[in-house]
Design a protein around this ligand. Structure first.
Ligand SMILES: O=C(O)c1ccccc1NCC(=O)[C@H](O)[C@H](O)COP(=O)(O)O
Length: 197
């Protein structure tokens, strides 16, 4: 269970306390973008058992590499149309690589096709809070570890898990009161609903 787009110490603490398995910091253009120095400080307060993830779109490998070094995050999530070589280029970082892609663009994809450690199937626009039709995934799931994202919320995550049977779930907009502003109560509700699904 990953909570993405965190930008304050209070929200990070709320996510950790409520049982998040992973926490995402957006280091690409977004209303949720955080500077590397802030991501470093927030990540430093996260216990080892919770995975910290740096989220990028199509920045060059050198930028990703430097951001990982500067922030100390323990996983990388790449959105966009990356070729397999982009993952190969980052494999020596020694952190899990997450391939985040629009499910529509990646029909029939399996985790590992591009050398990634985790496949994240998202809505066409990342971070927009738009649900999509994930019902087919229950009958034709990707092989390996995959995460459902895009328009999830405390209200729909239970039904989404029941239908799509993902390995994990990821949320951003659905635990916000407005774009970029998280609500600790919604984070708690989301994790409780996902856990009991
Ligand atoms: O959050 C963003 O603004 C963002 C911008 C660019 C690339 C990725 C971004 N977010 C990535 C995420 O992991 C989101 O949690 C995921 O797309 C689901 O978002 P939402 O539909 O808002 O729950």
């Amino acid at each position: 269970m990953k909570i993405c787009g965190l930008s304050t110490a209070a929200d990070v603490a709320a996510a950790v306390e409520a049982g998040a398995d992973a926490i995402g910091f957006v280091l690409t253009e977004s209303p949720r973008r955080v500077e590397a120095a802030l991501a470093r400080d927030l990540a430093a307060a996260v216990p080892e058992g919770v995975l910290t993830v740096a989220v990028f779109r199509e920045e060059p490998a050198a930028y990703v590499r430097e951001a990982v070094r500067a922030t100390g995050v323990r996983a990388v999530q790449l959105h966009g149309n990356h070729p397999a070589s982009a993952f190969a280029e980052l494999s020596d970082l020694g952190v899990p690589l997450i391939r985040a892609t629009s499910a529509a663009a990646a029909a029939g994809a399996d985790c590992g096709d591009f050398g990634e450690d985790l496949l994240l199937l998202d809505a066409p626009v990342a971070g927009a809070g738009e649900p999509w039709d994930w019902s087919d995934l229950g009958t034709r799931p990707p092989a390996g570890k995959w995460v459902l994202a895009g328009g999830l919320s405390p209200a729909n995550v239970g039904a989404a898990i029941a239908v799509a049977r993902p390995w994990g779930v990821d949320v951003s907009s659905g635990v916000e009161v407005r774009r970029g502003v998280k609500d600790p109560a919604l984070i708690k509700d989301f994790l409780r609903a996902a856990r009991s699904a």
